[in-house]
Design a protein around this ligand. Structure first.
Ligand code: HEM
Length: 85
């Protein structure tokens, strides 16, 4: 439970209770789990459901590409599972 602030490590958020949190990612740029695993999220034409820098109407929400290549059915199952945590 000790802090790693300033050590260069990235302390990731727990997925426990992820269903009632949001917005997601460090800057809150993703508004929902559906948006988190939407492959269009990493396209430059994306209108972010969450936080965006002022004056930036569309942008790719980059990073965390795990889970973006799932089929629609797999994505639905993953999100259903995450909502049980
Ligand atoms: C398909 C497997 C994965 C799922 C379902 C998943 C799910 C998630 C979710 C829902 C978040 C957002 C949590 C929040 O903001 O409260 C998250 C954040 C994060 N995950 Fe994963 N993850 C997966 C794989 C991975 C892997 C393999 C890594 C590392 C190699 C990783 C590293 C991270 C990091 C560093 C964050 C924080 C990113 C940020 O705050 O900007 N994840 N993950």
């Amino acid at each position: 439970m000790s802090t790693r602030k300033g050590t260069g490590y990235y302390k990731v958020p727990s997925l426990k209770g992820v269903w009632y949190r949001g917005h997601y990612l460090y800057d809150g740029s993703v508004a929902s789990l559906e948006e988190m695993f939407d492959p269009d999220r990493i396209k430059e034409t994306r209108v972010s459901g969450g936080w965006s820098p002022p004056g930036v109407p569309t942008r790719a929400i980059k990073g965390h590409e795990f889970g973006l290549t799932l089929t629609p059915a797999e994505r639905e199952q993953l999100i259903a599972f995450l909502r049980t945590l």
